[in-house]
Ligand binder design. Sequence first.
Ligand SMILES: NC(=O)c1ccc[n+]([C@@H]2O[C@H](COP(=O)([O-])OP(=O)(O)OC[C@H]3O[C@@H](n4cnc5c(N)ncnc54)[C@H](OP(=O)(O)O)[C@@H]3O)[C@@H](O)[C@H]2O)c1
Length: 385
Amino acid sequence: MNVVAPHIAESPLPPPVALVRTARAARARTLAVGVIGPGRVGSALLEQLRAAQPRLEREISLVLNLRGVVASRQMWLDSDDPELNARQHRAQTWRPSDLDEFAAHVRGNEGRHALLVDCSASEDVVARYPVWLAAGIHVVTPNKLAGSGSLERWRAIRAAGIDGGAHFRCEATVCAGLPVVQTLRDLIDTGDELIDIEGMFSGTLAWLCNRYDGSRPFSALLREAHALGYTEPDPRADLSGIDVARKLVILAREAGLPLSLADVEVESLVPRVLDELPLDDCMRQLHEFDAPMSARLAEAHAGGGVLRHVGKLDRSGRVSVRLVVLPREHTFAHTRLTDNVVQFRTRRYHDNPLLVQGPGAGPEETAAGVFADLLRVAESLEPRP
Ligand SMILES: NC(=O)c1ccc[n+]([C@@H]2O[C@H](COP(=O)([O-])OP(=O)(O)OC[C@H]3O[C@@H](n4cnc5c(N)ncnc54)[C@H](OP(=O)(O)O)[C@@H]3O)[C@@H](O)[C@H]2O)c1
């Protein structure tokens, strides 16, 4: 009589541990990483990379090998000698900054996968993207200067990525860690057609509009937002609307519309008299905002609506950033604190648009957006130990 243990026939035993290890080793990918700009976002990213490493290695066989960190004056490089690294707890050397030397060090000469994360706001760094990408080094960044700078340079960045087989990703340039750029990419890549994108892209202005009900002067709220760190050090950078315009240009280019900052109709909320003043003088004269903002609020109340700072991009390439009056029941009238909200209207999401909403700034959130980009690049790499 044959006795077959049915549970064995129906559910095979797990493969022996040695086989699992071999399969994992075959899938193993190592990505050499260099971080440019260990400021607020860069430091948060370094901490997130350190904390995630054991899980990434265990669960997806991905080793992120931090090869260096560069700030504006100094750079830290690990040693190229694995024995020395092992003996000396990753032998580290400090040198004066040199971006070209830094990139060459991260890339190495052994044909490894290499990625640079630009967490600076520096033109000098962005100017090197085409060279790095053409050399096969992936670039990930929250720095808006590439995506919203000259169209010629942006095209050079894209072309260099194609030539070098390297990825350029910039999710965190628009609303920090919120999945805005990726959502747009996914919509387009899956054959949807964009009608328009509309949203509140400035956490600072969202907070100010939410709080401004006439019970306190606008300047008092602006001072409070500044003290809470919700504004840029110079609050005119937020109120000029340029930062939101940059985000819309980045989205327009992702959507295949070759636009530049000059194409955006931007309404600046900064009174002319404050435009050219040194920061200290401007901070003393914030009351200049009160009369014009009070008039705008009265106009909104008269129509039974609310004031909101809205950026809009449509498929014909019209882009605007302005303060508008919206009905009280509008989605944008119900956001919280410094929330950003982005609404995509497409052929598929026509009557009921697709919404992405949540906090759109902060070093940790931004670093997480950068980290997610880095992981997407890592996922696309062929296994290499
Ligand atoms: N903070 C946010 O919530 C947020 C949100 C979205 C996007 N972003 C973007 O993220 C980037 C970083 O923002 P952050 O707030 O972290 O700025 P940050 O604190 O001012 O840090 C900037 C870092 O860049 C370094 N740096 C400047 N020029 C450099 C150069 N030529 N070479 C190498 N390093 C250089 C600085 O080094 P030194 O200290 O030596 O000068 C510093 O470490 C910016 O592009 C910003 O627009 C930030």
